[in-house]
Design a protein around this ligand. Sequence first.
Ligand code: MSP
Length: 505
Amino acid sequence: MTRRFYVTTAIYYANDRLHIGHCYEIILADAIARYHRAKGEDVFFLTGTDEHGTKVERRVQALGRDPQGWVDEIAAANQTLFAALGISNDDFIRTSEARHRRAVQRIFAQLHQQGDIYLDRYEGWYCPHEEAFWTETKALPGHLCPECGRPLEWTRETAYRFRLSKYHAQIEALLEQRDFVVPPARRNEALAFVRQGLDDIAVSRAGLQWGIPVPGDPAQTVYVWIDALTNYINALEGQRFARYWPANLHIVGKDIARFHVVIWPALLLALGLPLPGQVCAHGWINLNGERISKSRGNTVDPWTLIDRYGADALRYYLLREVGFGLDCNYTEDALVLRINNDLANDLGNLLSRTTQLINKFAGGAVPDPAGHSDGVLAAAAAAAIAGVEAALTDLKTGEALAALWTLVDRANKYVEEQAPWALAKDPAQAGRLGAVLHDLAEALRITAVALAPFLVAAPGRIYQQLGLAGAPTRWEETAWGRLQPGSQIRRGAPLFPRIEQVSRT
Ligand code: MSP
């Protein structure tokens, strides 16, 4: 039976456009989705926009805009950006869509009816930035938000609350499972939080205009977590639910990991639904040591980088440079270094040299190795692919690409060692010359197949230059020996032109 694989990103607040921190998350999820598809799995990859709540309401008020018009614009802009980045999501859920609103109201009503949600007069410390209530004990001294450090506001209101406390033992047991949350640092954090005890949480607010009304009580609006988190099931209408739920993997940033590993499983337990397989919490993209964020105003616009360097270069940089779970300091210099060293020099030159050598010494057709191969590149390819696979099971895209580059490096070195131009001078070495050229082309073909989860345009362009049709799609094509001798080389433009100067924005 075909394995199903359901992967999600967070849904992005529609208060502003996305920056490269968000791009990292969606590109990471895309690489994982593409890898599983290449493995022949039945993949569903979901992303979307989180369009309600005070963040958006405040923003549209400041701009004097109508909320729906504003979020329509942001959702469209995000989708255009995702298309430019080659994101292969299967659906895009917007929390202002009718399918989502209906489902949230149904879920709210069910939880209320069964007693997991109750009406309460609520008093507490509220962080408008994080949209979270905090008890006296959890607030930092001076009544600052334990999450973002901003001043909390004492808020008094009537609100519906969810009985999170009831699920305390189950959540603790879930977190004790080693692999529900990765990396372990996030699991330990969440466990420490849960062991302090869980308070019931407010799941509605009065006086919020822009949101989903509580069924039967229009003075109250469903807010934040029931609205946002349930997107993961609300996108699975009809047949899709049975086919894809529970999700295999939720990919989120470390700042929202806790909501996904405490509140989300508790909601699912209350709904009697199976729990997701794993929550992976990635680190932050920082700029000058500070998290890139719209509210800090230190954003880096992905469009500038796409226009300047192309989507593949940006994808490569983020997937190669960010260690899973760790923060990464973004600099344009580091991006240009990756383009010049890894993409232009290592990979681009290997393709250029190989196709040039085949044109020159084999009349432009991939030779038949005919028993003359020394097996060096076949062994290097097998080791590299095994390395990519091992790294990707842990979402370690940087290690995966490093493993793949051991093959690229080995092949470049092989050109020097074997010196085809010298072999060509000796007719007795014709068999060896053919095998060397074949093995180089084959190493490149395998590199293209293994690159397909990570990069969008380059794998097809490598295929084309090797005389192959289309673009690689199936992971099993990473097996050695699939390149047909006789394939006609079609040299093309350099795969990644060198960047001579780093522009500064
Ligand atoms: N809307 C909520 C998520 C609800 S999910 C049910 C939210 N939105 S967000 O737009 O603020 O963030 C969306 C995702 O982007 C989060 O996973 C967050 O961690 C990630 N990132 C935001 N800034 C980031 C960086 N600077 N670096 C890496 N990821 C970043 O939270």
